[in-house]
Design a protein around this ligand. Structure first.
Ligand code: MF3
Ligand code: CO
Length: 254
């Protein structure tokens, strides 16, 4: 069952998502050669709690940290550790927060220092695919109009879409119905309605789409070792017009 949110609930979700956006912006600015992913995790937790919010991932299905920090061939759910970043790495930062019982969820992929054009392009195309998906999140469309727009952009750039993980509805739970795949034929699935809140999150591999999960039971990596990028926003479908991006990052407003 898809749970529609009232305007008042959407304002609370906007608050949770704003915390995520602000903290992601703070953490991304600390990304540099020599910093460990654990240091980024500690910063994220401190900044979430400083805003009176609760880290959403810590303890979720026994996930041990606040942040997911997925480096290079890691697709999602990389567990922060003593691993130090180095120039030329890319890192996916995925963060969730709870405010007033409601969740916000967002992710960005950031380059460490300078990366070759080929790698920067993977990151850019992944982010573009997220915004193309969001453009489809309007009343009158169906769910897979989002999915199709994401997939089309990724595949036309020669990359592949990860199919094992999908976006999701979000609200009083981190994962609610519907699932939001990053692939599929357009015009299928439920009709989009005002009050639906979705986390749209393309995961894009430079090589093949296959992934495997490491021994730690969390870290997903590309099967072929190719690089992977991930972006995510929590969005609310509006009565008319484009979706409201609840987790929009506003640089310089923290
Ligand atoms: N953005 C991811 C998701 O929606 C992050 C979940 S990490 C977890 O699934 F630890 F909470 F599982
Ligand atoms: Co998510």
């Amino acid at each position: 069952m898809i749970i529609l949110k009232t305007p008042a609930e959407i304002e609370i979700m906007a608050e949770a998502s704003r915390v995520v956006a602000e903290v992601l912006e703070i953490v991304r600015k600390e990304v540099r050669s020599g910093i460990s992913t654990d240091e980024l995790d500690r910063l994220a937790e401190k900044e979430i709690r400083a805003r009176g919010a609760i880290p959403a991932f810590k303890g979720y299905r026994n996930y041990p940290k606040t942040l997911c920090a997925s480096v290079n061939e890691q697709v999602v759910h990389g567990i922060p550790s003593g691993r130090k970043l180095k120039d030329g790495d890319i890192i996916g930062l995925d963060l969730g927060a709870i405010v007033g019982g409601f969740y916000g969820d967002s992710a960005v992929t950031v380059a460490v220092g300078r990366v070759p054009e080929k790698i920067a392009t993977l990151v850019r195309v992944t982010e573009e695919s997220l915004y193309l998906g969001i453009e489809q999140a309007v009343v009158g469309n169906r769910l897979t109009d989002i999915s199709h727009a994401v997939q089309r952009h990724i595949e036309s750039a020669g990359y592949s879409v990860v199919t094992e993980f999908v976006g999701h509805g979000i609200g009083r739970h981190l994962h609610e119905e519907p699932q939001v795949p990053n692939y599929g034929k357009p015009g299928q699935g439920p009709r989009l309605q005002s009050g639906m809140v979705l986390a749209i999150e393309p995961m894009v591999n430079m090589g093949g789409s296959a992934i495997r999960v490491l021994e730690d039971r969390w870290t997903a990596v590309t099967a072929d070792g190719s690089l992977s990028a991930h972006f995510e926003h929590t969005i609310a479908i509006q009565p008319s017009g484009p979706a409201r991006i609840l987790s929009r990052r506003v640089a310089g407003e923290i």
